[in-house]
Ligand binder design. Structure first.
Ligand SMILES: Cc1cc2nc3c(=O)[nH]c(=O)nc-3n(C[C@H](O)[C@H](O)[C@H](O)COP(=O)(O)OP(=O)(O)OC[C@H]3O[C@@H](n4cnc5c(N)ncnc54)[C@H](O)[C@@H]3O)c2cc1C
Length: 416
């Protein structure tokens, strides 16, 4: 692939390591996960940790590599070929890890971040509630304080790893604070008797990750497990905005891998399969689907690297939010198109389990929905754009004046 040629030597070493890891994942694990025979493949995380492939962007003090987003995106593209479940388990170290790395106390980093990066404990995140996921600040899970203990009551829906993760980052509103942005707080909840998995979902794809509904009924969580400790109470909005960077970037990065996997299978098929006496790739209707798909994947890489660079450079929050949302929306929509193209190229056999395209298609359908739907990405993109656009006067040439009738101000009526 062309993108391989643009890598630095360091990138190439990382990608080679990730490819070796990905190649070593037993096929049977993927099949068992897809049949829901596996609830939570801990051994996947353990092996990734043993190979030093988790939490790449974090400080070496906690076991990370201090790597850039570009490195993590390269790794995610490779992991993505395994599908959404393993991609998500891999990404949760980056997502929950980001919150702990940025806002956690040293004790929390020692206790949770380090072993997460080593692959010894698995992490999950509980944001979505049965009531809804898009309206994050409408959360109804509450945390009532008595002395040094918070008691969590509420439900979180669709939590990947509900069944097996050791630590769950749960957002809840501190009782008695009416402003949701000041009440929302992130808690590090350890799996224990109070963590009840009430339901495991029958999913279209993305199986085997233990996605379930968690119910908390006055679940005690010590103040020291508020993310950031005492100082972290009411800090949930900041944590959320920071966490949404890896939440959405990981979806975008792994999407490229899923699309790439599907189109490579289809391109190979089109080079072998014949119809009307000719290889099907000699028909434009087939080969142009490959052209379109390659273009979508390269464009995804481009937008993802740009958003990653903006995050690495700590550009203003609104700009990063817009670019990350654009990357998530574009790359996940692109992957969905690419996997559909692959299925179309392969005809009927693509719809069967003779090839893994149908599994990739079921997996890819989710990524335009989770980590914030692509409609919510649109909401963020235009919101952040207008904030920036309206506060910055136009720069450079005033193109609006380059019209013959530009001076007819009577025709420029804006009020109704
Ligand atoms: C397999 C799976 C795994 C998941 N993993 C996790 C996880 O680990 N942790 C977690 O917390 N969540 C997880 N989710 C939840 C996921 O992020 C949510 O499903 C998603 O954010 C959408 O929330 P919702 O399903 O409640 O839909 P709703 O918020 O009810 O939205 C329904 C529809 O309305 C649209 N909509 C809502 N508001 C607006 C608006 N203002 N403007 C335009 N359109 C709007 C949405 O785009 C959508 O089309 C997972 C979901 C699935 C299916």
């Amino acid at each position: 692939m062309t993108s391989d040629m643009l890598m630095t030597d360091k990138d190439k070493i990382l990608v080679e390591k990730v490819r070796n890891f990905v190649s070593a994942i037993p096929k049977q694990l993927l099949l068992d996960m897809d049949e829901d025979k596996v609830k939570y493949p801990k051994e996947f995380l353990q092996e990734a940790g043993r190979r030093d492939l988790l939490g790449l962007r974090f400080d070496s003090k906690w076991g990370g590599k201090g790597a850039s987003w570009k490195s993590e995106l390269l790794a995610l593209e490779e992991i993505g070929v395994l599908g959404t479940s393993l991609g998500c388990l891999y990404s949760l170290v980056s997502i929950v890890g980001e919150a702990i790395h940025k806002f956690g106390t040293d004790r929390q980093k020692e206790k949770y971040l380090k072993p997460m990066i080593q692959g010894r404990i698995g992490a999950a995140e509980g944001l979505t509630e049965p009531r809804g996921g898009s309206d994050f600040f409408g959360a109804t899970t509450t945390a009532k304080r008595k002395g040094d203990i918070f008691y969590l009551t509420g439900q979180k829906r669709f939590v990947v790893g509900a069944e097996g993760a050791d630590i769950i980052l749960v957002y809840a509103k501190v009782d008695g604070i009416s402003d949701p942005k000041k009440a929302i707080t992130a808690f590090l909840v350890e799996r224990g008797p109070g963590v009840e998995v009430e339901h495991l979902y029958g999913l279209m794809g993305t199986r085997g990750g233990g996605t379930g509904r968690l119910v908390f009924n006055k679940m005690p969580v010590p103040v020291e497990n508020v993310l950031g400790g005492e100082a972290g109470i009411g800090n949930g909005a900041k944590v959320f905005h920071q966490m949404m960077i890896p939440e959405r970037m990981t979806s975008a990065g792994a999407a490229v891998g899923m699309g790439r996997a599907a189109i490579q299978i289809a391109a190979d098929y089109a080079n072998k399969r014949k119809a009307f006496g000719k290889k099907i790739r000699s028909y434009e209707a087939v080969s142009f689907k490959i052209s379109d798909s390659l273009t979508f994947l390269d464009a995804s890489r481009g937008i993802n690297y740009m958003a990653g660079k903006a995050a690495d450079m700590n550009l203003p929050g609104g700009t990063v939010r817009r670019l990350v949302s654009e990357a998530k929306k574009f790359s996940t929509d692109a992957a969905w198109k690419v996997v559909n193209n692959a299925m179309q190229i392969m005809g009927g056999i693509g719809y069967t389990n003779i090839y893994p395209i149908e599994r990739l298609l079921r997996d890819t359908r989710l990524i335009t929905i989770w980590t914030g739907t692509n409609e919510i990405m649109d909401l963020v993109i235009q919101h952040e754009f207008y904030k920036e656009f309206l506060s910055n006067p136009h720069k450079g040439r005033d193109i609006e004046k380059d019209a013959a009738g530009a001076e007819f101000s009577d025709e420029k009526v804006y009020d109704d």
